[in-house]
Design a protein around this ligand. Structure first.
Ligand code: DDH
Length: 285
């Protein structure tokens, strides 16, 4: 009946799949960037939007998408993420009903799946908040620090040792950029394919401090072209972390399963969802 009043648009799983498909298509088309994919930087955007969560105060997390605003957009840790936010703008224009906070997290889930990673079940319901909800600087990890810092930062979000190590395995993807973090280079030879290579190389390669004028980072002795951050190396120093590095280095299936669970948890920290149901999106062919 065309005369009946229309209620507000309530998107279904099929509508979110359309958003997923549009992001996946854009990832497939826009290959003239870095190692050929915006996927890694989309994963980093979803992580930095979520990783500000503080379990004591309930502040931060992906709900709000406050990285749209200064000061949060200017926090040192977020350098370079404008690239990812801008990449998603045409998707927001095509689907104006989705919040930025849902879009950025969906972008991360989509990128993991499209880069051959595990399925990332995803829930909608985040609402954008204004500049007043920006988190203070210093909540995201500092790559120059040690195992105690990793444990401090990730316990504040509510993660245990196993989850911390699994999450950092996302460094299978992408690279460091001197004009963003000051560090340089990729962690493995296939930075656009999600894998357990980060752990395999960390456990099996020999790493030496890089000789250069930049910040302290490590280089593989075999080729001299790969990198590890001080915080990555810290995973070998701490017994509670190292056992998980070794488990994931040996067993890719276990890593995929445990990464999926903890990435889902990361993207949901502090979000007041109204639904229990998660959507599993179909990956593109
Ligand atoms: Fe990371 N990360 N990350 N990271 N990260 C960088 C790049 C990428 C740390 C530092 C850096 C996670 C944890 C940590 C990704 C995902 C995740 C860069 C380089 C630095 C520095 C940025 C640049 O120069 O462009 C530190 C420190 C930690 C830590 O936990 C101690 C986690 C948990 C994730 C995740 O996704 C779950 C990804 C992907 C990238 C590659 C980005 C790109 O543009 O490529």
């Amino acid at each position: 009946d065309s005369s009946s009043p229309k209620g507000p648009f309530v998107p279904t799983q099929a509508d979110y799949q359309k958003v997923y498909d549009a992001i996946a298509a854009r990832l497939a088309n826009e290959t003239d960037y870095d190692d050929g994919s915006y996927g890694p930087v989309l994963v980093r955007l979803a992580w930095h939007a979520s990783g500000t969560y503080d379990k004591e105060t309930g502040t931060g997390g992906s709900n709000g998408a406050t990285m749209r605003f200064a000061p949060e957009s200017d926090h040192g840790a977020n350098a370079g993420l404008k690239t990812a936010r801008d990449f998603l703008e045409p998707i927001k224009a095509q689907f104006p009903w989705i919040s930025y906070s849902d879009l950025w997290t969906l972008g991360g889930a989509c990128a993991i799946q499209e880069l051959s990673g595990p399925t990332i079940p995803w829930r909608p319901g985040r609402e954008d908040r204004d500049v007043a909800a920006c988190t203070p600087d210093g909540r995201l990890p500092d790559a120059a620090k040690d195992h105690r810092h990793i444990r401090d930062v990730f316990s504040r979000m509510g993660f245990d040792d196993r989850e911390m190590v699994a999450l950092i395995g996302a460094h299978a993807l992408g690279r460091c950029h001197t004009d963003r973090s000051g560090f340089d280079g990729p962690w493995n030879f296939s930075p656009t394919v999600f894998s357990n290579e980060f752990f395999r190389l960390l456990a099996e390669e020999k790493w030496a401090q890089k000789k250069w004028n930049g910040p302290t980072q490590f280089t593989d002795k075999t080729t001299g072209t790969l990198m590890m951050l001080p915080t990555d190396m810290a995973l070998l120093k701490d017994k509670g972390f190292k056992k998980h590095v070794e488990r994931y280095a040996k067993d890719s299936d276990v890593f995929f399963k445990e990464f999926s669970d903890v990435f889902v948890k990361l993207l949901e920290l502090g979000v007041p969802f109204k639904t229990e149901d998660r959507f599993v999106f179909k990956t593109s062919e």
